[in-house]
Structure formats: C-alpha cells, structure tokens
Design a protein around this ligand. Structure first.
Ligand code: AMP
Ligand code: ZN
Length: 663
C-alpha cells in the first residue's frame, strides 16, 4: 500500500475508534490497541511531513502554545436566553408566542448544560475554528485547545452541509472533576472550586497539551447556517448526532406545554443522576419556520426559554469567621453558621474561599446570610440579607497574622490565598506534614492516628517525621488515652514503616506537587534518594510527565538544609530510600499498556495484588471503563461492576489467571 493510503487508513480507523469511545461510550478495541495504532500513525507522519493534516487524530494530544487568543466576530450573534422560574412564566411565554405565530406549536426540550459555550465552524466536514461566546458579538479563538477535546469531531461523517456553525457547551463531568481535584489535594494544591469555572478556565490555557489532560466533554445543541434543509430543532439535533457530534439523548420533543412541564418536573428531580452539571432546561420552539417568524429581542431569541432550577438555598446566621491553616500553610476562611437544613443535610459550616470573596460579598460576623449548595461539595455563602444587618457593624478585616503561630501572612502576586510562611514551626503545618507522612497512602503507620500526632507535637516529643523513629514506649506511655498495649503498638508500627518501599516514602516526604503518581515515576527513574537529590531541574523535566512546576518544587525541597538533614536521618534509621534489589529484579514489562480493575476479596492482600500489577508494568484503575483491559475478580465482587464489565465486553479473570499472566 502507498504511504499516503496507509496514513489515510490509520487516520480513518483512529477517528472511528475515537468516536466509538468518547461520543458513543462504546469502544470496540482496547486502549492498548488504540495506542499502538496512534503510535504507528505518529511515526508515519513524522517520516512524511508532506502528508500533514491539522485535523489528524495525532493532533489531539495538543502541544501548541497560544500567548494571545485572536478576537473573532461571530457570523451569527450568540444570544443569551430569557429565564423563567415557574409554570406560570412558561404559560405566559406560550401566550406571547401564540400572538405572533399561527397554528399549533411544538417544543424541543433540552437540558441546560452548565459549562462554557463554544461555537464551532466546519468547512467541507473539517473543524476550522472554535470560538468562545465572549460578549456574544465577539469571542476568543481557542481552536487548538478545543481540538484536544476528544468528543469534538475534527472530521465529520454523513450528509453535512458544506459550511456551517454548531454551538454547544464545554463541560467537565463530575467524575473527571473529582479525579482532578483528588490529584491536586494529594499534591498539596488547592482544589478547583466547581466544574463550570474549571471548564471555562481550561479553554483559555496557553498550553494545549495541558488542556488535553483535562477530561473535558463537548455537548452540542444548535446548528447555524445560511441555508439549511432541516425543518425543526429536534431534527437538527438528530442530524448533528449523525454527523458525529455528541448530542445528549435526554432531549425530547413535546407536543404541547403540558409535555414541556412534565419534562421540567422530571429533570428538576433527576438532574443529580446526570454525569455533568446542569442548571435548568432549555425549551425551544421546534419549527425553524416559526422560530424565524418569532425572531429576537435585543438580547435573546423569542423562540427559546431557559427554565432555571432552583438552587437549594437556606438563610441562617453567620456566627463567626474562623481561619484554618493547611499543611502547606494555605489559609482558608471558614464561615461558622447557626445550624440549618439544606438539601436534606444539616449545614454548620460554609466556605468563604479567600479575602477577595469576603470583600466582594461584604459579609460580616453576625450577618444573616444565604447559603447555597451548587456543584461544590462544601456549601457556599452567596449573599447577605442587608436588611438584617446591625448598623453598628464594620467590614470584616481579614487577618494579617497566622492564627496559629502569629507570623505575618504573605500573599504572592496573582494568588488568591494568603500563606503562613513559617513552615518550620507553625503548629498545624508541622502536625500536618507528620500526619501526611503517617497516612494510609504514605507510610501507613498502624497504631498512630492523627490525634496522637497532635499530642506528640504539643508535648514536644517530636518536631518532624524523622523524630518518630527516636520515640520510646516510656515516652509515649504518659500521653492521654495511652495504655501499655497501644504504646507498644505505636512503636512497633513505626518500626514496621521502615519496610515501606521507596516510592511511598517519597510521597510521604510531602514535597509540594509530588503526589502518589509522581512519586512513583520519580522513584522508578532515579532509583535512589541521592540521585534524586542531585538532579537538576533539567534532569527532572526530562522524566516522562514531570513538568517545570514539579521539577522546581523538588529542587527547592532538597535545597533546604533542614530537609536534607531530615532525609539523612531517615536513612540512618533504616527507612527505604532506594528501590530494593528485589524490586528491581521483580520488575517486568509483561503487563505494559494494560489497565486492571481489582474487585472483591482475594487470597493475597489487595495491596500486594495491586503492587504486582504495577511492578509488571500494568496500571491499576478504580473504575471500569472502556479503557479497562481486565477485571481481576475476587470473592464477592460487586454485581454492578460485574454487569458493567460484561456490558463493555471486558474479560473478568480470577486471581489464578492473573498469576499465570505474570509467570
Ligand atoms: P445564559 O448564559 O443564562 O444567558 O444562558 C445562555 C447559555 O446557556 C448559552 O450561551 C449556552 O451556553 C447555554 N446553554 C446550555 N445548554 C443549552 C441548550 N441546550 N441550548 C441553548 N443554550 C444552552
Ligand atoms: Zn503559622
């Protein structure tokens, strides 16, 4: 076969698989096979730059850096939507419609996805441009970033018009959002606040490779073109779907207002079952002919109406604002509330985020405030009932010194949070670092809990995690709630932690941005702590998936005399600061490229099984998806997991089968 045909064929195959996986959620090949094909295509494209295609599937990984986004004027203005909040509002809207158009009116009901709106332009079936809504007249061109979103087709199929635009919403589904946040928290970073802002922030990142890493999705809802042979909104959704776009199946055709109301009621109750955030439904007059007759007001179409779900809100008193100091020194203001029921749970605390937020809301102690539960996990304060305000009160003065150690706080240019710079002796930072060290995913020290760590620090028995190894039974016995048995357990647990492998020790050290995964990568690459301590930023960045930020943080950590001393002490106590010989000998690539989900109870401890997978080059994942290669099932595997594996056609194997694989 000619090279050009080979390239063409691979592109076509990859497009199809990409569509199966991301748009239909029904993959037909394994992740590994996909990667192999992608690699083959990459190699061919590199060797033959003459066949360059800006919409090749290899472009999904990103890599373009945009310093300034171009401003683009929309061909068709991107209007806003009128809002309604009740059945009456909708019925009034229908009356207004019936004054302007003849005959029966049908409606398409859709969900109102809460993300960032986007306008995509296609010419001859190729994505040529992606522009944000901006002010509705002009937006920013973010094509390179949008190309990395897997559910955005770069290349269409079927009977698409020669030139057209299509609008949709870029969203960050809850699952991906939670995973991103878990990774951030683990690395000592602030979690993102909500999926919507994270989605719109992602579109404006300069490095498209960063965007590619975010699990964004694109849901489409409207086609715009000079001439269209389509007669209704509902039909246009079906068409868009047939061309390869992701159009949620929840959309429904309603014959009358009654059916519209049924749709609204249903989704008001069931919206929490959706994988992404919604803030209402959008109802559109179905006939495009009638839409044209209705036209637009200065800000919104007359033929569409958003129905906003009520955010669950409560009113209560703000008793006090307190400040928490995290393990990295970050200060978080917390609103302490008079207990109130919100969305079925009693709420006593709410997030105030940072100094700017407090100033923006002008919230003061003693105020009556409105609390809302949105996409966030922690409820937030959305406003103050100013009528109830004590006229004698004065604006909240944000603290200037650390509530725990009295050190003057700092706030770096462009950062939202204040920090206590006294890392060495600010108690919550000292305690927090040790608590992190002993935590389950780090050194997993049995017999030592977070509260005991606090006691040990306040009784000045320890100042850092290296001090743990000098503790004696006699020293800890006098502590509150300690008995002979628990004291012995504690010391034994500390002793046992000397067997914890290097990669977990590395995570336990609490280097900023070095989460579990990064620690594994670093341990595998450098093999000893000396090699890692001696590495320059350039050497670190050369490691797969280690970026500038992590590299700088690692170098800064080991540049500190104090940190080096603590690490040296750990070594003299016998903590694992190098990959073990045995481990080096046991590592294979047998499971390279395979992803495993482990479910149920096994002969060997679960962690051993997971370690075996990783030592042999495989990956362990928590949930079954199209990317899973095998499910290793033990006793009592959950029935829903089993059904999911069967549905996706993923082989379910036993512990014995697994052991055969690595033998
Ligand atoms: P608003 O920003 O409240 O004026 O609402 C208008 C925005 O809703 C549009 O710019 C879209 O980004 C968004 N939207 C979400 N889902 C839909 C949908 N199904 N149809 C139309 N607009 C939608
Ligand atoms: Zn402090």
């Amino acid at each position: 076969m000619k090279i050009a045909d080979q390239i063409q064929q691979l592109r076509e195959e990859l497009r199809q698989h990409n569509y199966q996986y991301y748009t239909l959620d029904a993959p037909t090949i394994s992740d590994y096979e996909f990667d192999q094909k992608l690699k083959a295509l990459q190699a061919l494209e590199e060797a033959h730059p003459e066949f360059e295609d800006p919409n090749s599937p290899t472009k999904r990984v990103g890599g373009t850096v945009t310093k300034n986004f171009n401003t683009v004027t929309h061909t068709f203005r991107m209007y806003s939507l009128d809002n309604s909040y009740s059945k009456d509002d909708l019925e009034d809207w229908e009356k207004r419609i019936k004054k302007r158009v003849e005959g029966p009116v049908e409606y398409t009901c859709e969900l109102k996805y809460d993300g960032a709106s986007i306008n995509l332009t296609y010419e001859k079936g190729q994505l040529v441009r992606a522009v944000t809504r901006g002010d509705g007249v002009q937006g920013d061109e973010v094509t390179a970033n949008v190309k990395t979103i897997n559910s955005v087709p770069l290349h269409l199929q079927g009977d698409f018009p020669e030139t057209f635009e299509i609008r949709g919403e870029i969203v960050l589904p809850f699952e991906g959002f939670t995973q991103m946040n878990a990774a951030r928290v683990e690395a000592g970073e602030e979690p993102y606040r909500n999926p919507r802002n994270t989605a719109s922030g992602s579109l404006k990142l300069q490095d498209s490779a960063e965007v590619a890493k975010r699990p964004l999705d694109c849901l489409l809802y409207s086609i715009k073109a000079e001439k269209l042979t389509i007669a209704t909104q509902f039909e246009s959704l079906e068409k868009a779907r047939s061309w390869g776009f992701k159009v949620p199946k929840e959309a429904k055709l309603a014959k009358n207002m009654e059916e519209v109301l049924a749709f609204v009621t249903y989704w008001d109750q069931h919206r929490h079952d959706l994988p992404y955030e919604t803030d209402g439904v959008v109802i559109k007059v179905n006939s495009l002919q009638q839409q044209e007759e209705l036209g637009y007001t200065s800000k919104a179409p007359r033929w569409a109406m958003a129905y906003k779900f009520k955010a669950e809100q409560a009113r209560t008193q703000l008793e006090a604002i307190t400040y928490q100091v995290g393990r990295t020194g970050a200060i978080t203001p917390v609103a302490n509330l008079a207990p109130v029921t919100l969305a079925g749970t009693v709420v006593k605390r709410a997030s105030l985020h940072n100094a700017d937020q407090i100033a923006k809301l002008d919230v003061r102690e003693g105020d009556t405030v409105f609390v809302e539960k949105g996409g966030e996990i922690i409820p937030k304060i959305v406003g103050v009932d100013f009528q109830e305000r004590d006229p004698e009160s004065s604006p909240t003065a944000y603290i200037e010194t650390c509530p725990e150690c009295g050190t003057a706080l700092v706030r770096a240019e462009g950062e939202a949070l204040h920090y206590c710079p006294n890392a060495a002796s600010c108690p919550p930072q000292v305690v927090g670092r040790i608590q992190h060290y002993i935590s389950r995913k780090a050194m997993d020290i049995e017999g030592l809990g977070s509260e005991t760590v606090t006691l040990l620090v306040t009784h000045q028995l320890i100042e850092n995690y290296a001090d743990l190894y000098t503790l004696t039974v006699e020293q800890v016995l006098p502590l509150e709630r300690m008995a002979e048995k628990s004291a012995n357990n504690l010391i034994e647990g500390i002793e046992a932690s000397k067997k914890i492998p290097f990669e977990r020790v590395l995570f336990a050290l609490g280097i900023r941005y070095v989460g579990e995964t990064v620690a594994k990568k670093l341990a595998k690459h450098f093999k000893t702590i000396e090699a890692l301590m001696g590495a320059s930023e350039a050497q670190l960045v050369a490691v797969d998936e280690i970026g500038d930020r992590i590299a700088a943080s690692v170098v800064a950590f080991f540049a500190s005399e104090e940190h080096r001393e603590i690490v040296n002490r750990l070594k003299t106590y016998g903590v694992q600061l190098a990959i073990s010989e045995e481990k080096l000998a046991n590592q294979t690539d047998l499971l390279q490229g395979k992803t495993f989900v482990v479910s149920g109870v096994f002969e060997m401890p679960r962690n051993t099984l997971k370690k075996l997978i990783e030592d042999n080059g495989g990956k362990v994942s928590g949930s079954i998806s199209g990317k899973t290669s095998y499910v290793v099932a033990g006793e009592n595997m959950g029935p829903s997991k089993k059904a999911k594996a069967e549905n996706l056609g993923i082989p379910v194997i036993s512990e014995d089968d697994f052991m055969q694989m690595i033998r």
